[in-house]
Write a protein that binds this ligand. Structure first.
Ligand code: NAD
Ligand code: SER
Length: 317
């Protein structure tokens, strides 16, 4: 793929671990620079360059940009919804200053040609229609994470309009995968439920029965991320962030899908503060703009994802 050099910031998390592997498959190991606060022991990170980087340290970040001259930056470092509520001031600082450091470097340094930065369903709020949530409409997030995502979307769009920074973004639903652990979100139960199903055949859920949320299987998330980054500029018509949907379900529905494979699996409920966060988010997303503009279409529904998750996780237990 051309002469691109890729820098991934926050690469050792749930998404980054898989994204680095996918990007190295496309661009070659030495052309994808992974970076994070510290290197994780996942073998993915042995295959190519890794830099220790705190994105809040702008000087060190710019030195890395000078050193590798990345043409594409994927900026993934953030505090997710549940963790952010425990330290709201720091979450705001990390989520916003980190983004500004990336956007300003892209504007000022003449090296970075394209920036990917994910938003989230958390950018919506209680006055957003929960079903068939439109691309444009009322957005009144109630979490510091959601406020930072909505603000980030508007700034990404502003840098594109004002300075021509080629920003691209997706509003991810809850991401589910078997290769890496989630990092403190409200949707994390939908990952741990599979591990629990295989280990103890029981899962205690922190969300109530009937709490429907949008979710996306990791192979679809990777496909969408790479597709929007590879799309010709004129196809990326929305520069704030695109709605993106895969599937929607509540805890009892994912439990039933697991019971098709493990009939004696049981779910119980012990609801905590994350219920309130979940209730402020959409249930079913309308992603027709992504479908129309750059051809988005997910491959996985709940049953297909469940079969794949369980088949792959079985190997680790
Ligand atoms: P994660 O918490 O698993 O990973 C984040 C990574 O960022 C971690 O490896 C962490 O060490 C790193 N990091 C934290 N502070 C840093 C700093 N100061 N400098 C450099 N690195 C730092 O998160 P994730 O699930 O991989 O999410 C990646 C992105 O996708 C985030 O922006 C998140 O908001 C967004 N997103 C994720 C989901 C999801 O369900 N996982 C849903 C919507 C949006
Ligand atoms: N999965 C994420 C979270 O729960 C949504 O951005 O925080």
């Amino acid at each position: 793929m051309g002469t691109e050099k890729i820098l991934v910031i926050g690469s050792c998390g749930q998404l980054g671990t898989e994204l680095v592997e996918a990007l190295r498959g496309i661009y070659g190991d030495s052309n994808v620079i992974a970076s994070d606060l510290k290197k994780s022991d996942n073998p993915v990170f042995e295959a190519g360059p890794f830099e220790t980087l705190d994105i809040l340290d702008e000087k060190s970040f710019r030195e890395i940009v000078e050193k590798y001259k990345p043409t594409h930056v994927y900026h993934l470092a953030a505090l997710l919804s549940a963790t952010a509520e425990k330290m709201p001031e720091f979450a705001w600082k990390l989520n916003m200053d980190g983004l500004f450091h990336v956007l300003n470097a892209a504007r000022d340094m003449g090296v970075i040609k394209r920036v990917y930065w994910p938003s989230s369903i958390a950018a919506f709020g209680p006055n957003t229609p929960r079903y068939n949530t439109p691309q444009f409409g009322s957005m009144d997030p109630t979490t510091v994470y959601g406020i930072s995502k909505l603000s980030g979307e508007l700034y990404a769009q502003y840098y594109y309009n004002r300075w021509g920074v080629d920003t691209r973004s997706l509003r991810y639903p809850g991401l589910i995968g078997y290769k890496s652990a989630p990092g403190g979100g409200t949707t994390d139960y939908a990952v741990s439920i599979y591990h629990d199903a295989l280990q103890t055949k029981t899962h205690e859920c922190f969300l109530k029965e009937g709490t429907v949320l949008p979710m996306l299987y990791m192979p679809d998330a990777l496909k969408a991320t790479l597709d929007i980054m590879h799309a010709p500029s004129e196809q990326v018509k929305i520069r704030s962030s695109y709605n993106l949907a895969g599937m929607s379900f509540g805890p009892e529905e994912i439990a039933a899908a697991i019971q098709n494979h493990i009939p004696d699996f049981k779910i119980t409920y012990n609801v905590d503060y994350r219920q309130q966060i979940a209730e402020s988010w959409p249930a079913v997303i309308d992603d027709s703009s992504a479908r129309e503009d750059w051809g988005w279409k997910p491959d996985y529904d709940l049953d297909k994802m469940t079969a794949d998750m369980l088949a792959n996780l079985k190997n680790s237990y």
